[in-house]
Design a protein around this ligand. Structure first.
Ligand code: SAM
Length: 221
C-alpha cells in the first residue's frame, strides 16, 4: 500500500460550492442546499457536512486531494438515503446516484426533489450495463462507497463511464471484503485489483472518522 502520511497535512483546494464555516463554535466543511439528515444549517443556508457520516466528507477533512473543483458530472455508487450524495449534488453538476436497496432509494428520491441535478437510480453497481443507457459517458468523477464484497471489481467495471482525465474517489470498507483479515491486507488486494484500470494518486486511512476504511484517489489508465 502506498504511503498515506502526507494526506492529512496536504490542505487541498476546496471545490467551488464547498466552504469551511463555523457551526457551534467548530469549523466544518459545508455545502449550500436543503437540509437532509438533521445537520446544522447556518443563517446563509450552508449545511454542515458531517465527516463522521460521510466517507467523502472524511477524505476532504483529512486533506486528500480529490481534484474536485465544483460543477463536474458525478456517478455516485452506493448512495444509500443520500447523506453524502446530497452534499455532492449541492456543488456538482449532473449527479447520478446508484443504490440497489429499495428502502433508502425512497428517501433518496425525496432528497432529489430539492435538487434538479440529482438523479437516483435503483440499480446494482455490479451491473453497469443496466444503467449505461441513462448515465452519460465521459463522467468527471466516480465516487464509490458501496461497502460490499468485490469493491475493486465494481470500480473496474464502472471505469467505462469515466473521462480519461476523470477521478475515482473511493472508500473501501475492509470488513465488507473479509471480516477476519487484517485491513491492510485487504487494502493491498483492493489496490492490486484496481491497478488493472486505474493509476493510484493518493490513499489515506479514514479511521479517525470511519474504522477500517481506506480512502483512495485514482485516475483511469
Ligand atoms: N454513501 C452513503 C453515504 O455516505 O451517504 C452510505 C453508503 S452505505 C455505507 C453503502 C451502500 O451501498 C448501502 O446503502 C448499500 O445498499 C449500497 N450497496 C451495496 N452494494 C451495492 C451494489 N452492488 N449496488 C448498489 N448499491 C450497493
Amino acid at each position: 500500500m502506498s504511503d498515506d502520511s502526507s494526506a492529512a497535512d496536504a490542505g487541498a483546494d476546496l471545490p467551488d460550492g464547498v466552504e469551511r464555516r463555523t457551526f457551534g463554535g467548530r469549523e466544518r466543511f459545508s455545502t449550500r442546499g436543503a437540509r437532509v439528515y438533521g445537520e446544522p444549517v447556518d443563517a446563509d443556508g450552508w449545511r454542515a457536512w458531517d465527516a463522521g457520516r460521510s466517507k467523502l466528507g472524511a477524505m476532504l477533512e483529512l486533506g486528500m486531494d480529490t481534484g474536485l473543483v465544483g460543477g463536474e458530472s458525478v456517478l455516485y455508487l452506493g448512495a444509500a438515503s443520500g447523506t453524502t450524495v446530497s452534499h455532492v449534488a449541492d456543488f456538482a453538476g449532473p449527479t447520478y446516484a446508484v443504490e440497489f436497496a429499495p428502502r433508502p432509494v425512497r428517501d433518496l428520491v425525496g432528497v432529489a426533489e430539492d435538487r434538479d441535478n440529482l438523479f437516483p437510480l435503483l440499480k446494482d453497481a455490479r451491473d453497469p450495463e443496466s444503467y449505461a443507457h441513462v448515465v452519460e459517458s465521459g463522467i468527471d468523477c466516480l465516487v464509490m462507497d458501496v461497502a460490499t464484497r468485490g469493491q475493486a471489481t465494481v470500480a473496474v467495471r464502472n471505469r467505462q463511464f469515466l473521462a480519461d482525465d476523470g477521478r475515482l474517489l473511493m472508500a473501501v470498507k475492509a470488513r465488507s471484503e473479509d471480516v477476519t483479515a487484517e485491513p491492510d491486507d485487504v487494502f493491498d488486494d483492493v489496490l492490486a485489483e484496481l491497478d488493472s484500470a486505474y493509476e493510484l494518486l493518493e490513499t489515506a486511512r479514514l479511521d479517525r472518522f470511519h474504522a477500517d476504511h481506506l480512502g483512495i484517489v485514482a485516475r483511469p489508465k
